[in-house]
Design a binder for this molecule. Structure first.
Ligand SMILES: Cc1cc2nc3c(=O)[nH]c(=O)nc-3n(C[C@H](O)[C@H](O)[C@H](O)COP(=O)(O)O)c2cc1C
Length: 187
């Protein structure tokens, strides 16, 4: 099996990180893989915000947890609590991907592809990762969303797309069992 297929096969969502910060070189390599993603009409409707600021991450995490705990439906909050009560699982860094909202559906799809490039690049470098859609909980209130967008240096008019938590895994996990039954071949 080649290295690309190995990275795809071995990647898993890491939910327990070591506090050790990734080197600048490693983060740059992952960020470069992000901007190499394909996008509809090559619009590249994204920014790649590499966040190493622990204080900012903690503030955002607290806001997200508060949103989840205030929600009537407690299922997401309870799931996070069962996993140790951390939205960011102790990750020392994250990449936030804001998108321009000109063509939202296509920009979101492009953003997903960026996230996949990030997690595969991370895997290839021995770095743990998990896509963190729940970052949106910190953006639930309009005023707070504006504050985070400013502090995360989103360009004017950009909105949150998604994010990926990055760091070295403290504990490892098996990748999920692929469901081969989902593949349909027409001959
Ligand atoms: C769009 C998207 C958003 C996700 N958001 C979260 C999240 O907020 N928190 C989390 O722990 N995992 C999140 N995940 C990870 C999924 O739960 C995970 O990919 C899935 O359970 C399969 O497990 P695996 O990644 O280990 O194969 C997200 C995945 C995707 C694709």
């Amino acid at each position: 099996m080649n290295e690309t297929l190995k990275a795809i096969e071995n990647r898993y969502s890491c939910r327990d990180f070591k506090p050790e910060m990734l080197s600048e070189e490693v983060l740059q390599a992952i960020a470069k893989a992000a901007v190499q993603a394909p996008s509809a009409m090559n619009r590249q409707p994204w920014r790649i915000v590499v966040v190493k600021d622990q204080e900012l991450m903690q503030e955002i995490e607290q806001e997200g947890l508060k949103t989840l705990s205030d929600m009537e439906d407690k299922s997401a909050y309870n799931r996070i609590m069962e996993r140790g009560g951390k939205l960011f699982y102790g990750a020392p860094s994250m990449i936030v991907v804001p998108i321009d909202s000109a063509e939202y559906a296509s920009a979101m799809l492009d953003c997903g592809i960026v996230c996949q490039n990030i997690v595969l690049a991370a895997e290839s470098l021995g770095v743990g990762s998990v896509i963190c859609g729940l970052l949106r909980t910190a953006f639930a209130k309009e005023e707070r969303a504006k504050e985070w967008a400013a502090r995360l240096k989103f360009p004017e008019g950009y909105v949150l797309g998604c994010s990926v938590l990055l760091g070295y895994a403290n504990t490892s996990k098996q990748p999920h069992e692929p469901d081969i039954e989902k593949i349909v071949v027409l001959e």
